[in-house]
Design a protein around this ligand. Structure first.
Ligand code: C5P
Length: 412
């Protein structure tokens, strides 16, 4: 934490007093802290207290009242290594999600180049309200990280979820974040350029009529984590994504959004020849309706409805057939039983170099979870089992595995 530039944003919540402890924890750990307050935060805790604790003038107005000089939110955005908004009220989360830049805190957020964390604090009903949840989802899509509120006694005397996470835990959260990113940056100080990696991610939607489709439970989290890890490791990433709610962060990721299996195949087939490797992580529909109705099918007119389905192209198999010497191809296998033998069967049938076996039976693994537990199986059947870990970590392991194969290939 030593020498890190931290912006702590404080908004008008009773939990604002806890921000004093948070500022102190960062200063004690050797960070430089600048506090940005909303006007209503000053009703709860004084700028004098925070300026004393942070050893910097508090920023809350667009202009200095004494000499009219401008407080540059742009400079703050460039200066910071992280911005932490704690407490973050429902109002500020809403303004952030919708770009309502009517105070210095939201303006600073919109100029921020560094990672942003929010620690929500509000009454349980406000936190559970669909508006707040949608705003948090929007912010997550924009790359903001939420430090979830804890369950506990609230200022309203009610008990529930909405209590700002304790300052010590927020501090630890940021410490862990820097520990991971700093190690990654140190490991990959100047990662060698590794060529282009094609990635497919997310589900596909096969439309039956204008309003209905056949989809699946994939959220795209694993594929998007792979895209970030690959870009960090020095690949240019061509990410072909089915419909998801996720955003990409790394500038080396180029994204092509598709909807159906046919569109995903078209994009992957076009991009693959220029790629050094491909990891096919998407949950592609195996069947698609033989025809898509141009008008909504009506129950009254149709009665029983049977939908003729035809198989889609297996992208992995198609690319496996076209794979040139030196190209590496990897896939995923999601199995409910006989995982290992089914995965090896797929690996051989689709001419893959390795396959990542995902078991739905493992607690915390698979669709929607932030964690995953996988085995990596090579084409000589060597199996590397990985323990349950965050999908971001699993992604790094898979990319390291790919890099080792490429390095080995290059050394031949
Ligand atoms: O045969 P199965 O669908 O279980 O194989 C999974 C692997 O094949 C995954 O890597 C998936 O992305 C890929 N796949 C594909 N195109 C399909 C079906 C699966 O690329 N149509």
């Amino acid at each position: 934490m030593k020498g890190k530039h931290i912006i702590i944003g404080i908004t008008g919540s009773i939990a604002a007093y806890k921000a004093c402890t948070l500022v102190r924890l960062f200063v004690k750990a050797g960070a430089e802290v600048i506090v940005v307050m909303t006007p209503s935060a000053k009703e709860f805790v004084t700028p004098l207290t925070l300026a004393t604790l942070s050893r910097h003038a508090v920023v809350s107005e667009f202009f200095d009242r004494r000499d009219g000089s401008w407080h540059s939110h742009v400079d703050l955005g460039l200066w910071a290594d992280a911005m932490i908004i704690a407490p973050a009220t429902a109002a500020t989360l809403g303004k952030m999600a919708h770009g309502i830049a009517d105070n210095m805190l939201v303006t600073t957020y919109l100029s921020m180049k560094a990672p942003v964390f929010v620690a929500p604090a509000m009454d349980l009903d406000m936190f559970a309200h669909p508006t707040t949840q949608e705003n948090l989802l929007t912010l997550e899509r924009h790359g903001v990280r939420t430090i979830a509120p804890a369950e506990g006694e609230l200022a309203s005397t009610l008990t529930g979820k909405g209590r700002m996470e304790e300052p010590e835990n927020i501090f630890r959260h940021i410490e862990d974040f820097f520990a991971t990113t700093d190690t990654a940056t140190a490991d990959d100080a100047t990662p060698p350029h590794r060529g282009t990696l094609l990635l497919t991610a997310g589900p596909t939607h096969e439309y039956i009529d204008p309003v209905r489709f056949i989809g699946n439970c994939s959220t795209g989290k694993m594929g998007f984590a792979l895209a970030e890890a690959a870009a960090e490791a020095g690949f240019d990433v061509e990410l072909v994504s089915g419909p998801t709610n996720l955003a990409t962060r790394h500038p080396r990721i180029r994204r092509t959004d598709v909807v159906s299996a046919a569109e995903m195949y078209e994009a992957a087939d076009r991009l693959f020849p220029n790629c050094r490797a491909a990891i096919l992580c998407a949950a592609v529909a195996d069947f698609t309706p033989a025809t898509t109705a141009t008008e909504k099918i009506k129950r009254e007119a149709t009665g029983n409805w049977e939908i003729p389905l035809i198989p889609t192209t297996d992208i992995a198999q198609a690319l496996g057939e076209k794979k040139a010497v030196g190209q590496i191809l990897a896939g995923f296998a999601l199995e409910t039983h006989n995982g290992h033998s089914n995965a090896i069967d797929k690996l051989l049938r689709k001419n893959l170099d390795f396959i990542v076996l995902n078991s739905l039976q493992d607690e915390g693994a698979g669709f929607g979870y932030d964690t995953n537990k996988v085995d990596i199986i090579d084409k000589d059947a060597t199996t590397t089992p990985l323990p349950l870990k965050a999908k971001t970590e699993v992604a790094r392991d898979i990319i390291r595995h790919l890099c080792a194969i490429i390095d080995n290939d290059n050394a031949k």
